[in-house]
Write a protein that binds this ligand. Structure first.
Ligand SMILES: Cc1ncc(COP(=O)(O)O)c(C=O)c1O
Length: 445
């Protein structure tokens, strides 16, 4: 296993340091104005500076910022850098592939790497005959899945869930239940093909209420699919009760709707399995993978069983869903190596074992410190704090000031979300628990 880059924070300046401040100011002047607006709102909410650090380089679970400060990364590229920064094997295959072939011709003339990756991903499905549509982002994989549901079932509507996040391009955005503010400004450009159902644990809904709502929606026969995250990621690491996903499976089967598991975040080892939907024999019609699939390189996949994908063959003689960089050899080669690493380094077991230990440790140590919930699975853990988004932001700034990088998430921004690399050292996690406890103690609620 890759074990370098596991140092405790080493800070040379206050955070952010002068070089980060200078670069961040320059970026604000040219980046999308939305980021400046977000920073302003967060500063107002939390009463703390939200001025960012700027990354310099990364190694393992360490990031060095523009001022030379060494930090510990508990976010890992929004969960994508699952093997740590600068993994030598991934870097090597990328280098070799870069010297050989960067881009083939997608759906026209493929590369061998694409052939091998599609075979490998199709082989994940329990039945033979599975098909794969590659993409560059998680949103691409979900877009492919949404289109697949329509072309195969001929039913236009989709059931999605409150609290869900599937990416922000127009198709997946329509299914974003995390917070209406994501959809509302673009409503006039979006298709009206989504019906939202409650997700267990979101806005107080129970699993029974959620299942009843899905049943009612599917009963009218107009829904081609149910699109679900088996654990809500950005929604705050919310785990539905046991048996819930099985009930969704049964409903989809009865009503002839595809069951699409968006495992862009949960998949590729993060929760201790290649995919939750595969480890639990949920017979997924489609699985969307992304993030960790490329170890940080942008590549994603919509993997569907034969019966779910066959609608594509009835659309005439055009490849109706493709893009310049879909299936590019650079990404395919990295993904093949990433899939190997999950097995070679036994990272499924590590996420399951060390992740569970980490969650239990957090639960035990954070008692009495204004924490509502510590939940998740494997290395996808949410700590929901009392005091809402203002306190979560203030706590995350406080831990940043000590050299630990975390994010906030959840439907109301009150969850501190932890998605470290799957090979992070247990010592670092143990140190972090103490740092988080101290920050929670200092930020009253
Ligand atoms: C469950 C899930 N699906 C899809 C996406 C979108 O992925 P991307 O940001 O790569 O488009 C995300 C991103 O966080 C996600 O968590």
């Amino acid at each position: 296993m890759f074990t370098v880059g596991q140092s405790a924070p080493q800070l040379l300046t206050e955070l952010p340091g002068p070089a980060s401040e200078w670069l961040a100011e320059r970026l604000l002047a040219v980046d999308c104005p939305a980021f400046e607006a977000r920073r302003g709102e967060r500063e107002e909410l939390s009463g703390a500076s939200q001025s960012p650090i700027v990354y310099g380089d990364g190694l393992g679970s360490n990031v060095t910022d523009a001022d030379g400060n060494v930090l510990v990364d508990l976010v890992a590229g929004f969960g994508s850098v699952a093997f740590g920064h600068g993994h030598p094997k991934l870097a090597q295959v990328l280098r070799l592939q870069a010297e050989s072939l960067w881009v083939a011709l997608g759906d026209v003339y493929a590369s061998e790497a694409k052939v091998r990756l599609c075979e490998r991903l199709a082989g994940l499905m329990p039945e033979s005959g599975a098909r794969v549509i590659l993409g560059s982002s998680g949103a691409d994989a979900v877009t492919a899945a949404l289109k697949t549901a329509l072309v195969t079932t001929q039913k236009p509507r989709i059931v999605a869930f409150d609290g869900a996040y599937h990416g922000l391009s127009h198709g997946p955005l329509a299914a974003c239940g995390l917070f209406p503010g994501f959809r509302d400004p673009f409503a006039s450009q979006m298709g009206n093909f989504i019906d939202f159902a409650p997700y267990p644990g979101i806005h107080g809904a129970t699993a029974d209420e959620s299942i009843a709502a899905v049943r009612t929606l599917l009963a009218d026969g107009s829904h081609g699919a149910v699109l679900v995250e088996p654990i809500l990621g950005r929604g705050g690491c919310v785990v539905p009760p046991h048996g819930y996903l099985e009930e969704l499976r049964a409903l989809c089967t009865v009503h002839g709707a595809l069951l699409i598991f968006d495992e862009v975040w949960t998949g590729c080892g993060r929760t201790g399995a290649m995919a939750i939907s595969l480890s639990r024999s949920l017979l997924p019609d489609i699985i969307c993978l992304g993030k960790a699939l490329g170890g940080g390189f942008p590549i994603s996949a919509c993997v569907g069983r034969a019966s779910a994908m066959d609608g594509w063959s009835r659309l005439g003689g055009r490849a109706l869903h493709t893009a310049t960089h879909f299936g590019l050899p650079l990404g395919c080669t990295v993904a093949l190596t990433a899939l190997d690493l999950l097995i070679e380094d036994d990272l499924f077991a590590r996420a399951e074992n060390i992740g569970t230990w980490f969650m239990l440790e957090l639960r035990e140590v954070l008692v009495g410190l204004g924490v509502k919930r510590v939940d998740g699975r494997g290395f996808m853990i949410g700590v929901e704090v009392e005091g809402g988004a203002p306190r979560a932001l203030a706590v995350s700034r406080r831990v940043l000031s000590k050299g630990w990088i975390v994010l906030t998430g959840g439907i109301d921004g009150a969850t501190i979300t932890l998605t470290p690399a799957l090979n992070i050292s247990q010592d670092l996690l143990e140190s972090f628990v103490a740092v988080l406890a101290a920050a929670l103690r200092e930020e009253k609620w």
